[in-house]
Structures are given as structure tokens and as C-alpha cells.
Design a protein around this ligand. Structure first.
Ligand code: COA
Length: 190
């Protein structure tokens, strides 16, 4: 099922201008993730994560009540994806990646923007996620779209063992409304 179109073409990387006459701009559409996309999703997953989800992890996740996944398609090819779970009025983003050859071209930002727009049309008040403390690119992107670090889960990740930052973004009201007090973001101290 088609969900959304991207708002603007994805520009070519500034370091590699396309030959004259070509724009190399990609337009993507977002479709709901289902089993038919899993081969392509797995290929990206295995290329970008040190401890990737396996096929059965995706199958289990997709079959789980409240799961919601999207793939980002450009010229019919999967170039990114996001998968998470609705838990009451929260959406927990559990997996998110862009094809390694196409990173740092604004695709992750657009994918996240479109996903957040979709979530705003649902009864979702809060979006949560965990991210490796060393994953500077993802942390920078999450901060850009308004996520704040509210906690650290020590030793949360394996292969390699590493702490996770717990990041939240309020889609309705302020983050402090959902945490029952003033939030002192940890971001400045990390
Ligand atoms: C994290 C990820 C999804 C970002 O996707 P992307 O398409 O490369 O991101 P964008 O090009 O939209 O970049 C958006 C912002 O992220 C940050 N960013 C992206 N790549 C970065 C890099 N290599 N180094 C530092 N910051 C980076 C920047 O703040 C960037 O904004 P800018 O272009 O204005 O500087 C992608 O790097 C990825 O798939 N990584 C591997 C999987 C992963 O870590 N997923 C997240 C798990 S929690």
C-alpha cells in the first residue's frame, strides 16, 4: 500500500556531481513493509549493522500485533526502511536504515520526516528509540528532527557491547507532559 511520496527529490552527493545533463536526483515513495520486501531489506540490514536482524526477526516483528514497517522505494528498488511498534499511544522505532551506497544524501531525514507525518495522523503522542552511543550519524539525525536523549541503557547492545541512548520525541504537547516533570536532556552532556 502506498503511503506517501517524498517531498523533494534527493539530491546527488556534493562530492560526486553527476555528468552534465543528468540530475541523479532520486524520487522515492514509501510503501508499507511486507514479506515481499524482506530480501532487499535484509541485504541493507546486513550491510549496515554489526549485529543485524535475521529474516526470522523481521518475520516475527511484522507478525506482531501493533507492528508497522515502511520501505522507501526509488525506481522500484528498496533504498531504506523503518520498522517499529505501536504501544498504546507510543510508537517505538526499532529498526531504521538507508542503503550504504546512498547514505548522507538526505534520504534518512526525509524517510523520518515522512514517517513522523504519518504517525501524527495516528493516535501517537510519543516516539521512542534506542541508538548506540557511538552512532554519531543517527544521533545527529534524531536530534535534527527533535528527539532528546532521556536515559542511557548500560550495555544494552551486543557485538560489540555498548550503551544505548534512549531518545524520545513528543508528537503532541511537550516531552515533559509525558515524563511527568521537567526534562533535562542528556544530549548536552554526551
Ligand atoms: C542513520 C542513517 C539512517 C541516516 O541516514 P542518511 O540517509 O545517511 O541521513 P541523511 O543524509 O538524511 O542525514 C541527515 C543528518 O544525519 C546526520 N548524518 C548523516 N550521516 C552522517 C555521517 N556520516 N556523519 C555525521 N552525521 C551524519 C547529519 O546530521 C545529517 O544532516 P546534514 O546532512 O544536514 O549534516 C544511516 O546513516 C544508516 O542507515 N546508518 C546505518 C544504520 C543505522 O545506524 N540506523 C540507525 C539505528 S538507531
Amino acid at each position: 500500500m502506498r503511503i506517501e511520496r517524498c517531498k523533494r527529490p534527493i539530491e546527488p552527493p556534493p562530492t560526486a556531481p553527476p555528468p552534465e545533463g543528468r540530475t541523479d536526483a532520486l524520487l522515492f515513495v514509501l510503501e508499507e513493509m511486507d514479506e515481499t520486501y524482506l530480501d532487499a531489506v535484509l541485504e541493507i540490514e546486513q550491510a549496515v549493522f554489526s549485529n543485524p536482524w535475521r529474516l526470522k526477526d523481521f518475520q516475527y516483528a511484522l507478525a506482531k500485533e501493533g507492528s508497522y514497517g515502511v520501505v522507501c522505494l526509488a525506481e522500484g528498488r528498496v533504498i531504506g526502511y523503518a520498522l517499529g511498534f505501536f504501544v498504546m499511544e507510543e510508537f517505538h522505532l526499532a529498526d531504521f536504515a538507508v542503503h550504504p551506497d546512498l547514505q548522507h544524501r538526505g534520504i534518512g531525514r526525509q524517510l523520518l520526516d515522512v514517517l513522523l507525518d504519518v504517525l501524527k495522523r495516528r493516535p501517537v503522542s510519543l516516539v521512542s528509540l534506542e541508538v548506540r552511543g557511538s552512532n554519531r550519524a543517527a544521533i545527529a539525525l534524531y536530534r535534527q528532527v527533535g528527539f532528546q536523549t532521556v536515559a542511557i541503557r548500560r550495555g544494552y547492545y551486543s557485538r560489540p557491547r555498548e550503551d544505548a541512548l534512549v531518545m524520545l520525541k513528543a508528537l503532541r504537547g511537550k516531552l515533559s507532559d509525558w515524563l511527568g516533570g521537567t526534562v533535562t536532556p542528556l544530549d548536552q552532556r554526551i
